[in-house]
Design a binder for this molecule. Structure first.
Ligand code: AHR
Length: 499
């Protein structure tokens, strides 16, 4: 197969906002406890956070990090996570059938975020709680001094406000599994009321209303329209969540980006419809605040084994071990996000450590990079400046349930005389020859290509072999004048950097 790409700096999508490379930390399984936080570990800092994990998170290059959930937040009392650690209550976490010790809360998590150099994106509980608790949390976090809750924060050791800018108004409220699940009308009213109240305290907050938990939800599309009819003037973003799994259908899996493209288009269409209805000048963009590859079917099986009387602390949940094929799909999903950089303001790979994460840890042992670490870290490092519209022509391939799809999916960015092109070859058996026409770009300099591919599509990094899969250099890349040529191996993800 062959593909020809044309890049021109005149044809842009929009600026690549750093929040596109966000992450997500939920109190779930071994994500917080025995993941980022393990006081007995030899690398632990004075607050019990593993420094080896901090280093990997920095290398991954994540911007804003969503916290503390997820399904967890819909039953969470933020007050349990502040004040002297030894006095904090142990609580049942209904979302994950676990015991929450509350050893880590807002202050400790901010300490960890400072260590990794990321911004907090904080979710409030609109499942079992409401507007009052949300504004109390905002007062605690963002008011300087002189009120009961800001003084309480100070007495807990934090003089300056946390200054949290981006807030999620609940989590997946369209999902029947969610504690406090609501219909779109009821959620829309609650989210609008909460947003208005929060803005009375701080008008410049960036607020995210819950969109759909997936494109297959029965209310998808209609949910967004109804929620935005209530909240349009009061929020900035509508969320989107999407997970993909290989199951026994590699063909469809490799074309997952098609579904993500469709998702983004549907949500922006619903948002723009409400904008037109309201004759508003304001545009609502997307916070794609959960996306990844996740074997949900394995999780559904694991859930059936839970005993009602067991409420373990930090059990091993959702510990997917990612393959080469998973990494190629993650790279492809990043391509889809970049292609929509004009409407996707922010996105969070879900999640970061142990729980469907690019980073794994063993208690008392090492931390390592999963296969999916590589496309994320390299895209986050190379995708800067402006996202370009890529004009692509060439062969197609069977995309399973997504129909016939281009054999190569691509996105490109340009900034200050440097460019990057991201490529996925979806063909399962054949190398695809790609030519890239750079005449419209004015980018000089050498080219380099790195990526992920392997003869064994199901090769993984695990405790026994932590470095089986790593970035590889594609030696076939050449530049002659304004033309780049490269051969992409079957089922591969590649980043080409120019200049
Ligand atoms: O990321 C795992 C879970 O997936 C989150 O808690 C929830 O929001 C989603 O259903």
């Amino acid at each position: 197969p062959r593909t020809h790409l044309v890049l021109d700096s005149a044809f842009t999508v929009g600026p690549v906002r750093r929040r596109l490379f966000g992450g997500f930390v939920e109190h779930l399984g071994r994500h917080v406890y025995d993941g980022i936080h393990e006081p007995a570990h030899e690398t632990a800092d004075e607050h019990g956070f593993r420094k080896d994990v901090v280093e990997l998170v920095k290398e991954l290059g994540v911007s804003a990090i969503r916290y503390p959930g997820g399904n967890f937040v819909s039953g969470y009392k933020w007050e349990d996570g502040v004040g002297p650690v030894e006095q904090r209550p142990r609580r049942l976490d209904l979302a994950w059938h676990s015991t929450e010790t509350n050893e880590v809360g807002l202050h400790e998590f901010q300490h960890w975020l400072d260590a990794v150099g990321s911004e907090m994106m904080l979710a409030v509980n609109l499942g079992t709680r409401g507007t009052q608790e949300a504004i109390e949390l905002l007062e605690y976090a963002n008011i300087d001094a002189g009120t009961a809750l800001s003084e309480y924060r100070r007495s807990n050791g934090r003089q300056e406000p946390f200054a949290i800018q981006m807030w999620c108004l609940g989590n997946e409220m369209d999902g029947p599994w969610q504690l406090g699940h609501k219909n779109a009308e009821d959620y829309g009213k609650l989210a609008a009321m909460t947003a208005k109240a929060m803005r009375q305290i701080q008008p410049d907050l960036e607020l995210v209303a819950c969109g759909s938990s997936g494109a297959s939800m029965p209310t998808f599309g209609e949910w967004e329209r109804t929620v935005l009819e209530h909240t349009y003037d009061d929020v900035d973003y509508i969320s989107a969540h999407a997970y993909y799994e290989e199951g026994d259908d590699l063909t469809s899996f490799l074309a997952s980006g098609v579904n993500m493209d469709h998702f983004i288009k549907t949500v922006t269409t619903a948002a723009d419809h409400v904008q037109a209805q309201k004759k508003s000048d304001k545009r609502i963009d997307i916070s794609f605040d959960e996306w990844n590859v996740w074997s949900i079917s394995k999780w559904e099986e694991q859930q059936k084994t839970f005993e009602l009387q067991d409420w373990p602390v930090a059990p091993r949940l959702l510990e997917d071990v990612y393959t080469v094929a998973d990494a190629v799909v993650v790279g492809g999903l990043l391509i889809s996000l970049l292609r929509h950089a004009d409407r996707v303001a922010s996105a969070s790979i879900a999640q970061l450590v142990n729980v469907i994460g690019p980073i794994m840890t063993e208690p008392g042992g090492p931390a390592w990079r999963q296969t999916t670490f590589f496309p994320f870290s390299l895209t986050s490092r190379l995708a800067n400046g402006t996202s370009l519209q890529v004009k692509a022509s060439g062969d197609t391939v069977d995309g399973g349930k997504h129909g016939e799809v281009p054999v190569v999916d691509s996105a490109a960015t340009v900034e200050d005389g440097k460019a990057a092109v991201f490529l996925v070859n979806r063909h399962q058996t054949e190398t695809t020859s790609v030519t890239i026409d750079l005449a419209g770009l004015q980018v000089d300099g050498d080219v380099r290509a790195e990526g992920v591919w392997d003869d064994d599509l199901h090769a993984v990094n695990d405790l026994g072999n932590r470095e089986r899969v790593a970035l590889r250099t594609n030696e076939t890349v050449r530049r002659e004048g304004d033309t780049i040529t490269i051969e992409l191996p079957p089922v591969s993800w590649t980043a080409v950097s120019i200049g």
